[in-house]
Each structure stands twice: as structure tokens, then as C-alpha cells.
Design a protein around this ligand. Structure first.
Ligand code: HT7
Ligand code: ZN
Length: 867
């Protein structure tokens, strides 16, 4: 398990200009024939440089170099490579190999999902299909012939354009696809199955008509409308916001049930996890609808940021992922509520990326080494990477940023480049110096920013001192000062924005700096990092009164929400201290008052109101502490929730009653916003735990009319000890057991419950006939939800949660290492718990580490955690 290093990167010794593939698909095996035109890269290689191709799991049947048939002794076959010691400057190479995709449970390379052949080549899966220079800087023109039984596999797809098709003997048929654009092997795709096609078209800004095809299993034909609409919205948005037009005449999306991630941007043939395609209001929640729009957009935007301009090597992954996440975030923000989108992205970043960046897997946005590339599709590369792009956008402003993007596409279209190329282009377009900013790509860890004020009454002068520090970690012992953009405002005591125009953006480029503001009235309140303008942890000297004031008056919606969150954190912190010293807990009136004011605000958007009244979850709260006391956090949060519910029950009931006026099938922003507010109110009412509140939730469940209401009330019922819980779960099962995506939700709500007996329930659900270790969505919904989002049960003091989880990790690693590596990461933070839990978790990590034949994926995570 040797690591690869960025510093060792060298351009390839040979180019592969074209590759013509043929796949003969059969039930027991697949025969792959590859015909390549190879050319030496004279800048890197000489006549003695061997040709080395990546090759894993492929059973080689036949090799022809030029017109010479090579026998096994005339080429070298290692465990993961194919080598020819002496080759001419230019030559052709033909390799025939055999695969057994029906046995491929790793879901990388060519595999079968519910009877459909499909591929997943990113990052290094193409080498599991055939021998190739499987690296993103080798870009080739691909053609692909597929032959298969016509009855079983009427649909045969690959990248680009369909150029030929016809019938063969024995009920077989064939197609030939050609992709006119050069691409790296990770963007190759093949699909063969019995699928139905939903068709539409999109006319581009230059008047070209593009065919849009979505392929799904026949029973899902009526669930593609939202995905298709989202695709058309994405195509129009990329033209308007970034001037990017689609380049092929056909855009194809295929939904598959078994998929390791969300979706894959293969050129002209996206493969999607069915979760991000299929939706009807009866089966999918409002959040599912939003996710579909976001993921469809994300994959579409990759056509320019990733496919047309691609990566020089995998260390540059954030060049495409961070940038494309930024683009999909902007797409969602432009089409829906900008503030709501920002709040959920920041919550996600704080709950998942900040801990990653403070743990053993911490790495810079541009990592410097990896053992298994699949382990680096991380929150840091994706989400922090997007924050880095957002900061450039903030510093340059929207127009100059667009100018920089135009220059980037102009300079690098058709090429494989680096994050440094991107930054350099932004500097050139904007005429700014981003030399210190570059550190965001190479330095790991979350900066802490401290803000302290002094006010001179006599001079009416406000001084704000801002300092930064980033804790040392295994990547760098000494951290440097970063370039941090701070979106800033000043509010006078009436809530009027009195920010001097030149100070809307403060740029911190040193370890500390003071800003002095003249002629500032007393009781002025600063608003910092508006819109979360940098991915940092902020520590201010704002009082609770000032936070309540910002919550009501800040003209930045994100900061209004954030002020509420800070108030909750402070309150929970006081409650935790009280619990730890056995004091009688009480909730401060300012929290109740601030909440009441928000609930009565007639101007507040309902979606924002829902976000504002929702308490931080237990994982988020835990992040605030050096040593996480899971039990105290759970009790303190519950106590606060119950206290708020008792004080404001009347207001919550009014909201719940108003929900019946919303059409359950309406997917407009207003309808979704209303539903999210009703659910937030229901959650408080559930906390009352009275027979009446249980009745209200159950009534809500049976009269729901859509999945947003139905699953939320079921979640609440599962999290209480109630006579309604069992019947509700049974009714839900009866109604939905034939729909796999809905059944995932049924498993999730049970795995996320905090009531006694949850762990035993999860154990028995592992034996449920609808549970399978072969489907990543099902594993994530049961085991993943338990480990990642149920800290109270996972960390139960006797260690039974750890033991169970580790058992499953060990078994699953033999089936799907990529998914297992993600799951085992829950142990990464073991040092953050009390001594007993720390020991228990460490023992499980050691047990996993000692398993013989452990995958590279899991080995890398576990050895870093223990290291
Ligand atoms: N670029 C895609 C990444 C991806 C992936 C990576 C490793 C293994 C399986 C995978 N499936 C998809 C998805 C994206 O970011 O758009
Ligand atoms: Zn992506």
C-alpha cells in the first residue's frame, strides 16, 4: 500500500491518440477488445523507455503490437500493470481481455446493477476494464462498439454520437458510438440494459437543438419529469451565467440503483444514482427534489469544468470539483432562495468538513499524497474547495470573476491543467496579486479568527482588531497567515446599516490587523463574515443582546440565522455546564423572546423562519468541544427543545394548522417553505411527548399526501416511545415496500432514532429481507445513518455500537471497499471522546487494522486514524 506523491508527478512517456473499443457482452463474461494508436512523448521518453499501462483484474487473452502477435513471455504482466520493454516511436497495440462484471461488487469498472451493465471509471476504474494509461492527462479519441443479446439488452449506450447500429446472428445486435472530443479514460462510459427512454430537447443560445434522453427502468417512467426540467434549467443557466453552450447533439442520463456516489459526469452519458433522478411528490421529499436539481446541475456543469478543461493529475481534483460545486451552489441560489442555500451549505461544511480538517484525514484542498484516490473525494476537496472559489469570487467581484472564467476556458479548452493554472488565470484577468491566497490550496486546517472591539466614546471611534491562527497538524507544523476576505457591516442601534462604502469587504492578509472607524455612534453593532465569506471559525466579543439584535436587524440573511445559532450554542453550553454540575436547568428568557419575535415576524420568508427556529444538531454541538460529552449534549438539547415547545406551543400549533392549506403536490418555493416550517414546528410539538402531541403527529402522518410530511412525521414517531410508532412503521412498509428509494427512508428513520432499544432494532434490520450489503444506498441508510448521524446511540457507553459497526466494516470490506472506507471514517475522531470511549474505539480500529487482506481503501483510513 505505497502512497503516491504530487511532487513525483511527471508527464506521460506515451500518448494514446485514439482508442477503438469493442465490448461483446454475454451473461457469464464480457470480452473487451481495445485497439490503440500510441505515440512516444519525446519530451519525456526515449527509445529505451518502456510502455507501461495500468491493468487490474483483466484477464488478457491476446496481444498484437503493430502486426506482431505477442506471446505471454513477450510482454510483462504485473499485478496491476502491463509492460512492453521496447516499442517504436509510433505503433498500434491491440489487446483482448475477459471480464466477469456479474461478480464485480466493488461497483468500479464494468459491473451489473439490477441486470443493467454499467461502468464507473473515475477515478481509476478504467484499468479494471482494459489495459490503458489510466491517468487524466492522457486524452484520447474514443470509439466504442457494443454487441449484446437484443432481447435482454435493447439499449446499448456509450459516449458521443451513435454512428452505426445493426443486427447480428443469434438474436444479437450491435451499435457503434464515436466521441468527437478527446477525453481522459475516467470519462468513458458504457451502459447496456432493458430501459425506457424519456425524451425532450433543448435549443441552445446559438439555435442548435440538443436531444435529451433519460433512461430508467420501465416502472420509473413517471418519475423523471423533475430531472428533465432540472437538466433544461442547467443548460440555460450555464449559458446565461457563464456563457457556456453544450457541445454535442445528444445528452444522455441513465439512472442505476447500485452506485457508490451521487452521479458521474461521463462525456455525453451521465450515470446517476437513481436517488438523484427519480421523484414524485408522493415518493420524494422536497429536499430530494432540491438535491436532484443540484446534482443534475453539478454533472451538467462538469461538461466545461472537468471535461472540456480537465485535470493534469488527481491531486488537482478540486480544480474540477471545488469549481463545479461552486457553480452548482450558485445555480441553486439563483433559481431558489440564496439565503436558504447558503445556510444549508455552511451547516454542512461546519458539521462535516471542519471535523475532517481537524482529524487524521486532514489534507489541503490540493492533497500532496494518497494511497487510494477514492478516499480523496472528500468534503475538503469538494466543499472547502468550493469555498476557496467563492472567496476568489468575493475578492474579485462577480464581473471580474466571469472575465477570469472566460479566460480560463479560452486558455485551457481541451487541456489537462492544475489549480495553479486557474489561480494564475484569475490573477491575469483581474490584475490582482493572489500569492498569499494560494495558501488556501496547500495549507490544511480551519483558521480561527478572533474579533475584538474597543470604542472610544469621546472620539466616537470604533476599533476592530482581527487576528487569525490555524492550529498545527500533521501536514504543517507552522501555519502561515492566509488571505481572508471578511464581508463586513456596521448597524446603528436602530438597525440602520452605516457601513462606510470602502469597508464592505475587509481583507486580512497578516496574522492580525486593526481597522479604525471614525464618527461611529455608540451601541453600533458589527456584522462580520456576512454570507459566511470565508471558511473559518469565528470568535467574537458580541453579547447575547447584540446577537439577538443582529438576529432581528442584520440585513444579511445568513448572519441573522447565524446569530440565532450562536445564541442556541451559548444556551446549550450553559445547560451542559449545569447538567455536569447537577444544577437545576433553566432556559434564559432572551432565547425564548428572540424565537418568539422571529415566529411573529410577518416579513420573514417561511423557509428562513424554519432554519432560524431549528436547533443545531448533536454533531454540530459536539464540534464546539475539545472533549465531546454525547450524553450531556443530548440531554441539554432535548431540554432546550422541550422548554421552547412549552413556552411557544400556541405559536407552533398555529403554524401546524396553517399547513393544511398547502397543496401537497405543489413544488413552488412557497409551498416547500411552508412545509419546512410546519415540520420545524411539529418537531417542537413532538418534544412535548404528551398523548395529544403524539396524536397530532400520527394524524399528520396518515393524512400527509406527500413524502415530505409523511417521512418527517414518521421520523418523529420513531424518536418517541409511543403506541403509534409500530403501526405507523407497518403502514409505511405496506404502502411502499416495492419502491427501493422509499424503503431506504424506512430504514433511515429507524437507524436515526434515539429511543432505548435502537441498536437491537438496527441489528435486526440487518437481517430484514429487504436489507442487502450489495446496495450502497441501503447500506448508507441503515449503517451510515447509525454511525454518522446518531451519536447518542453510536457512542453508547458500553461500546456495543462500536463493536457492531466494526463487525459490519470488516464484512463489507470484502464486498465494497470504497463504501467501507467512508463508513470506517466515523472512528477518525476517537480522540475527541472521554478516556473510556476513546479506548473502546481504538480497540475496534486496531481490530480492523489487523484483518488479513484488508483493502487499500480501508487500510489508508484506519492507519491514518491510528497513526
Ligand atoms: N466526479 C464524480 C466522482 C465520482 C466518483 C469517484 C470515485 C468513485 C465513484 C464515483 N462516482 C462519481 C462525481 C461528481 O463529483 O460529480
Ligand atoms: Zn463533481
Amino acid at each position: 500500500h505505497e502512497p503516491k506523491y504530487l511532487k513525483d508527478y511527471r508527464p506521460p512517456a506515451y500518448w494514446i491518440d485514439t482508442i477503438d473499443l469493442q465490448f461483446d457482452l454475454y451473461e457469464k463474461e464480457v470480452i473487451v477488445t481495445s485497439f490503440m494508436k500510441i505515440q512516444r512523448n519525446n519530451e519525456q521518453a526515449g527509445e529505451h523507455t518502456p510502455l507501461v499501462l495500468n491493468c487490474q483484474d483483466a484477464d488478457i487473452l491476446h496481444v498484437v503490437a503493430g502486426d506482431m502477435v505477442l506471446l505471454p513471455g513477450e510482454y510483462e504482466r504485473g499485478e496491476d500493470y502491463f509492460k512492453l520493454n521496447r516499442v517504436p516511436e509510433q505503433f498500434t497495440l491491440e489487446i483482448k481481455n475477459r471480464l466477469t462484471p456479474q461478480n464485480n461488487t466493488s461497483l468500479e469498472g464494468l459491473y451489473k446493477s439490477s441486470g443493467t451493465f454499467c461502468t464507473q471509471c473515475e477515478a481509476e476504474g478504467f484499468r479494471k476494464i482494459t489495459c490503458f494509461s489510466d491517468r487524466p492527462d492522457v486524452m484520447s479519441r474514443f470509439s466504442c462498439i457494443i454487441t449484446a443479446d437484443e432481447n435482454k439488452y435493447p439499449v446499448l449506450l456509450s459516449n458521443g454520437n451513435l454512428v452505426k447500429k445493426g443486427k447480428l446472428e443469434n438474436n444479437r445486435h450491435y451499435v457503434k458510438w464515436e466521441d468527437p472530443f478527446k477525453k481522459p479514460s475516467y470519462l468513458f462510459a458504457l451502459v447496456a440494459g432493458d430501459l425506457v427512454c424519456i425524451k425532450d430537447t433543448f435549443t441552445t443560445c446559438s439555435g442548435r437543438e440538443i436531444d435529451l434522453h433519460i433512461y430508467v427502468e420501465a416502472e420509473n417512467k413517471d418519475k423523471c419529469g423533475h430531472a428533465m426540467a432540472s437538466l433544461k434549467q442547467s443548460m440555460a443557466w450555464d449559458e446565461q451565467r457563464f456563457g457556456r453552450e453544450y457541445d454535442l447533439d445528444l445528452y444522455q442520463i441513465v439512472a442505476v440503483n447500485d452506485f457508490n456516489m451521487g452521479a458521474m459526469e461521463n462525456k455525453g452519458l451521465n450515470v446517476f444514482n437513481s436517488k438523484y433522478v427519480l421523484a414524485r411528490p408522493e415518493t420524494a421529499t422536497d429536499q430530494d427534489f432540491m438535491n436532484i436539481q443540484g446534482v443534475i446541475g453539478h454533472e451538467y456543469f462538469h461538461n466545461w469544468t472537468g471535461n472540456r478543461v480537465t485535470l493534469q493529475n488527481w491531486f488537482q481534483l478540486s480544480l474540477k470539483e471545488g469549481l463545479t460545486v461552486f457553480r452548482d451552489q450558485e445555480f441553486t441560489a439563483d433559481l431558489n432562495s440564496r439565503a436558504v442555500k447558503r445556510i444549508s451549505d455552511v451547516k454542512n461544511l461546519r458539521t462535516l468538513q471542519f471535523p475532517e480538517d481537524a482529524g487524521p484525514m486532514s489534507h489541503p484542498v490540493r492533497p500532496e499524497s494518497y494511497i487510494e484516490m477514492n478516499n480523496f473525494y472528500t468534503m475538503t476537496v469538494y466543499e472547502k474547495g468550493a469555498e476557496v472559489i467563492r472567496m476568489i469570487h468575493e475578492i474579485l467581484g462577480r464581473e471580474i470573476f466571469r472575465k477570469g472564467m472566460d479566460l480560463y476556458f479560452h486558455r485551457f479548452d481541451g487541456r489537462a491543467v492544475t489549480t495553479e493554472d486557474f489561480i494564475q488565470t484569475m490573477e491575469d484577468a483581474a490584475g490582482v496579486d493572489l500569492s498569499r491566497f494560494r495558501l488556501w490550496y496547500s495549507q490544511s486546517g480551519t483558521p480561527r479568527v478572533t474579533v475584538r472591539r474597543t470604542y472610544n466614546e469621546k472620539r466616537r471611534q470604533l476599533t476592530i482588531k482581527i487576528a487569525q491562527t490555524t492550529p498545527p497538524d500533521h501536514n504543517q507544523q507552522q501555519k502561515k497567515a492566509l488571505h481572508i476576505p471578511i464581508k463586513f457591516g456596521l448597524l446603528d442601534k436602530n438597525g440602520k446599516d452605516i457601513t462606510p462604502p470602502e469597508h464592505h469587504l475587509l481583507e486580512l492578509k497578516s496574522l492580525e490587523k486593526e481597522w479604525v472607524f471614525d464618527d461611529i455612534p455608540s451601541e453600533t453593532v458589527p456584522s462580520l463574515f456576512r454570507g459566511f465569506s470565508a471558511p473559518v471559525i469565528m470568535d467574537t466579543d458580541l453579547t447575547c443582546e447584540e446577537l439577538s439584535f443582529l438576529m432581528a436587524h442584520d440585513n444579511d440573511a445568513f448572519n441573522r440565522w447565524d446569530a440565532a445559532q450562536q445564541l442556541y450554542f451559548r444556551e446549550i453550553d450553559t445547560l451542559i455546564s449545569g447538567l455536569q454540575s447537577h444544577a437545576t436547568p433553566t432556559v434564559s428568557s432572551h432565547v425564548i423572546n428572540a424565537l418568539e419575535k422571529a415566529l411573529k415576524d410577518p416579513h420573514m420568508d417561511r423557509a428562513l423562519m424554519a432554519k432560524t427556529i431549528t436547533l443545531p444538531d448533536e454533531n454540530e454541538i459536539g464540534e464546539k468541544y475539545e472533549i465531546i460529552d454525547v450524553d450531556a449534549i443530548h440531554s441539554a438539547r432535548q431540554f432546550l427543545r422541550q422548554s421552547i415547545a412549552k413556552e411557544l406551543e400556541g405559536l407552533f400549533m398555529e403554524i401546524i394548522d396553517s399547513g393544511s392549506a398547502v397543496d401537497p403536490k405543489d413544488l413552488s418555493h412557497n409551498a416547500m417553505a411552508h412545509r419546512s416550517l410546519v415540520n420545524a414546528a411539529l418537531s417542537y410539538v413532538a418534544a412535548l411527548e404528551s398523548p395529544q402531541s403524539q396524536e397530532i403527529i400520527y394524524q399528520h402522518f396518515i393524512s400527509s399526501g406527500n413524502m415530505t410530511r409523511e417521512i418527517f412525521s414518521l421520523t418523529l414517531l420513531c424518536d418517541m416511545t409511543s403506541p403509534f410508532t409500530g403501526p405507523a412503521l407497518e403502514q409505511f412498509y405496506e404502502k411502499w415496500h416495492t419502491d427501493p428509494l422509499v424503503m431506504d427512508k424506512w430504514f433511515s428513520v429507524q437507524a436515526g432514532a434515539t429511543v432505548p432499544g435502537t441498536l437491537d432494532k438496527i441489528k435486526s434490520l440487518c437481517r430484514h429481507p429487504d436489507f442487502t450489503w450489495k446496495n450502497p444506498n441501503r447500506i448508507r441508510s441503515l449503517i451510515g445513518v447509525f454511525g454518522m448521524t446518531n451519536p447518542f446511540v453510536f457512542h453508547q457507553a458500553d461500546g456495543a455500537g462500536y463493536q457492531f459497526f466494526a463487525d459490519k466494516v470488516i464484512d463489507l470490506d470484502k464486498i465494497n471497499p470504497q463504501i467501507t472506507a467512508r463508513m470506517v471514517s466515523v472512528f477518525n475522531r476517537y480522540k475527541r471522546y472521554d478516556a473510556r470511549r476513546r479506548e473502546l474505539m481504538k480497540n475496534q480500529l486496531k481490530r480492523i487494522h489487523d484483518v488479513r487482506g484488508l483493502s487499500r481503501d480501508v487500510y489508508e483510513i484506519v492507519s491514518r486514524a491510528l497513526g
